[in-house]
Design a protein around this ligand. Structure first.
Ligand SMILES: NC(=O)N[C@@H](CC(=O)O)C(=O)O
Ligand SMILES: [Zn+2]
Ligand SMILES: [Zn+2]
Length: 343
């Protein structure tokens, strides 16, 4: 088999940033993906429907003439999110849900939630109006080891939330551990997870052995190989609760290759090829389409895309660098060889 045709995919977790960076990030994603859940961690964060729709306009202005792109906006949940705003979000098709960032957990999360428990009244309203909760699932306590932050968040916060709000749609984003796989698998059907290329293709050795690799640094941080294998097994299992969300998160090279580097991997330039690489490494390319183009749409109750995309078997290298108006960006997997490419 030297080519594979799949339904056009959607990216259920994406950072596009703003201003001139959109000139680069939007075409990269819109070229391949039809819909994308656009994350709200701008400065200042996107906390209202009005702000999300104007951000969406700025995104749409960068979509190429032949590209069909339909971004779905996530709103940033804060301690001040009002019932009114949740109702507005519920009525706006282009807003997909609210994103919970524990304060300080990741890039631009300073405005995030300080007490998950205090969110109960808000979650009640979201549940009642069918508004999904998207979660960056890590605690931020200084005494919790960075490699345990996802596991502890699940135990402390997610298990109680799913018990208290069984009808709330909850997506645990960018999962990294066997604990997350177990949680999602055993939770009710309103719970799902997105998976990134880097967490499927790599473990923490790829970050730390032979020198620090800043371009493999993202949050939640890459875990040990056993966890990577649990994620791989979940993706290969065909369980519809696990689907594609790249978490493509550009930072200019100068902010990655520095004494205190930013977290985030810019995978958009090779996103679908990276997932194809993972599935083909496991002789499971037949599983790529459901993971990339079916399960996410079904979970969000959205129609399947009616376009198709063909990948052919060919050897190519991810570019070393992408030049942007704000400076060069080193993409994820830069210089590495991939074996499938869009026709
Ligand atoms: N994943 C990351 O390491 N970084 C993301 C934020 C996030 O998704 O947590 C970013 O915005 O840069
Ligand atoms: Zn995150
Ligand atoms: Zn993200």
């Amino acid at each position: 088999m030297n080519s594979i045709t799949i339904r056009r995919p959607d990216d259920w977790h994406l950072h596009l940033r703003d201003e001139t960076l959109l000139e680069t990030t939007v075409p990269h994603t819109a070229e391949v993906f039809h819909r994308a859940v656009v994350m709200p961690n701008l400065v200042p964060p996107v906390t209202t429907v009005a702000a999300a729709l104007s951000y969406r306009e700025r995104i749409m202005a960068q979509v190429g003439a032949e590209q069909r792109f339909d971004p779905r906006m996530a709103l940033y949940l804060t301690g001040e999110t009002s019932v009114e705003e949740i109702k507005k979000a519920a009525a706006e098709e282009k807003v997909i849900g609210f994103k919970l960032y524990p304060s300080g957990a990741t890039t631009n999360s300073a405005s995030g939630v300080k007490s998950v428990e205090a969110l109960a009244p808000v979650l009640e309203v979201m549940q009642a109006h069918g508004v999904p909760l998207l979660v960056h699932g890590e605690v931020t306590d200084a005494d919790i080891d960075i490699f345990d932050r996802e596991k502890v968040f699940i135990e402390r916060h997610l298990i109680p939330i799913t018990q208290q709000f069984p009808a709330l749609k909850l997506i645990l984003e960018h999962i990294t551990t066997g604990d997350a796989v177990d949680f999602v698998t055993s939770a009710h059907d309103n719970v799902a997870a997105t998976m990134t290329p880097q967490h499927l293709l790599m473990n923490r050795n790829h970050l730390l052995v032979g020198g620090v690799r800043p371009h493999n640094y993202c949050l939640p941080i890459l875990k040990r190989r056993e966890h990577q294998e649990r994620l791989q097994k979940a993706a290969l299992s065909g369980n519809p609760k696990f689907f594609l969300g790249t978490d493509s998160a550009p930072h200019v090279k100068a902010n990655k290759e520095t004494a205190c580097g930013c977290a985030g991997c810019y995978s958009a330039p090779a996103a679908i090829e990276l997932y194809a690489e993972f599935f083909s490494q496991h002789d499971a390319l037949d599983k790529l389409e459901n993971f990339s183009s079916v399960f996410g749409a079904q979970f969000y109750d959205l129609p399947l895309n009616d376009e198709y995309l063909t990948l052919t078997q060919q050897t190519w290298q991810v570019p070393e660098q992408v030049d942007t108006a704000t400076g060069p960006i080193v993409p994820y997997y830069a210089g590495e060889t991939l074996h499938w490419k869009r026709a």
